[in-house]
Design a protein around this ligand. Structure first.
Ligand SMILES: C[S@@+](CC[C@H](N)C(=O)[O-])C[C@H]1O[C@@H](n2cnc3c(N)ncnc32)[C@H](O)[C@@H]1O
Length: 386
């Protein structure tokens, strides 16, 4: 039994059963042994899973273009980009390389803040970003920043899916929380009354029909996270990239077991009690809740769109064109870039949410709509009630 498993079992022995969110927080973020905090998280070919930034630098290049336009829109002298959950800094590298190449004036003026929970990943990030160190500051927590001190862009890629979430089950139309306990030294799950009123009332205001025994994930931390962003942001944009759905699709009865998954060496499993501290645990993001929570915090939604259409709208087809010679590395690059935007690959599963604060009058012409449509219907039009 590894030390993390022992630590979690000792906690349950001492204080009784724990919520799944607490279990997940320890499995991923325990300061010494957690999957992310201890640096065991491996992303890319040799690791447990791919993210867009590990697929091709074109993803960061497009985000760089987005940031350049955002700079013109926000129009302040102290423009800041904050990237949260930057891991080893590969996306930051692609973004900063792209801005340096395409907009040296902005590169000279901007500050880039990285908020990364894992000390090990922060250190590895410094090595990845050695050529841009004069531009970057690392901050431990979002809440370390002063209220309304930031004007600029807040970005994250695959952060929200990894925030510890609660799990629940619908029983006779009542929400029951899934807890983690021990029987004969084995982890067991059982259901009980929700651990907080917020959890109990999470679905209030949504018009959803659940099947009996349907399991769901509830990410209360995502609300806290958005509220912290809104507190530090004086004026600017929040761009969130992740896999997920609006509520009708996320909580549809075709997902009787919810969407939570574990990833270990590119294989997927549904057992979080295996390989504790050595595998990722994740669930699809509830974008409806980010949109609604944002509305209540003064963050207006300006776009919710598939990753594929977002990349096309911001010029990925020009970038792929650059790789049009026929040597083998170009061919490889073209295939990797296609992975990012084709609907059947990463283009449809991943979504992009863009929210704005204090930019009301200027925002209308900000988003470029490409005439080339890769997603025929915007996910927001599909579900009017979110
Ligand atoms: C799935 S990884 C994504 C890494 C990277 N963005 C990419 O695209 O490859 C999630 C990252 O978020 C970090 N993270 C999770 N919760 C965090 C928090 N509250 N504050 C800062 N970083 C966090 C993890 O340590 C991890 O590096």
């Amino acid at each position: 039994m590894n030390e993390l498993t022992q630590t979690i079992k000792s906690l349950i022995h001492k204080s009784g059963h724990i919520t799944f969110a607490k279990f997940m927080e320890l499995a991923l973020y325990h300061p010494n042994y957690g999957y992310y905090a201890s640096g065991k998280a491996k992303i890319g070919k040799e690791g447990d899973y791919y993210t867009s930034s590990s697929v091709h630098p074109a993803f960061g290049e497009v985000l760089g273009r987005f940031i350049c336009r955002a700079w013109e829109l926000v129009a302040v002298s102290d423009f800041t980009v904050i990237e949260m959950g930057a891991g080893k800094g590969f996306l930051s590298l692609d973004i900063l390389d792209s801005i340096k190449r395409n907009n040296p004036t902005l590169y000279d003026r901007l500050s880039y803040l990285i908020i990364e929970l894992s000390p090990q990943l922060r250190e590895e990030g410094k090595a990845t970003l050695r050529e841009h160190l004069s531009k970057i500051k690392w901050v431990d927590f979002l809440t370390d920043l002063k209220l309304e001190s930031i004007s600029g862009v807040f970005i994250s890629n695959e952060l929200v899916d990894s925030l510890p979430f609660h799990r629940a089950k619908l029983k006779n139309r009542k929400l029951q929380e899934i807890f983690v306990g021990l029987r004969d030294e084995d982890f067991v799950e059982f259901i009980g009354e929700p651990s907080s009123l917020e959890l109990k009332e999470y679905f209030k205001g949504y018009d959803l029909e659940f099947e009996d025994e349907q399991e769901v994930e509830i990410n209360l931390k995502a609300r806290e996270w958005l509220s912290d962003i809104s507190s530090v942001l004086s004026k600017g944009l929040v761009l969130t990239v992740d896999y997920g759905f609006l509520t009708p699709e996320l909580y549809s009865s075709i997902r009787m077991k919810g969407t939570f998954r574990c990833f270990h060496k590119h294989t997927l499993n549904e057992n979080p009690y295996l390989n504790i501290g050595e595998q990722d645990i994740t669930a699809h993001v509830n974008f409806s809740d980010l949109i609604r929570t944002g509305d209540s915090l003064g963050l207006s939604t300006i776009k919710y769109i598939t990753q594929g259409q977002f990349l096309v709208d911001w010029g990925i087809l020009d970038i792929i064109e650059r790789y049009s010679s026929s040597d083998i590395s170009s061919e490889k690059s073209r295939l990797a870039i296609k992975n990012l935007f084709l609907p059947e690959l990463m283009g449809e599963r991943f979504k992009v949410l863009i929210q704005s604060k204090n930019l009301e009058n200027k925002i209308r012409t900000f988003y470029p709509e490409s005439p080339f449509r890769i997603s025929f219907q915007s996910p927001l039009d599909r579900y009017k009630g979110l």
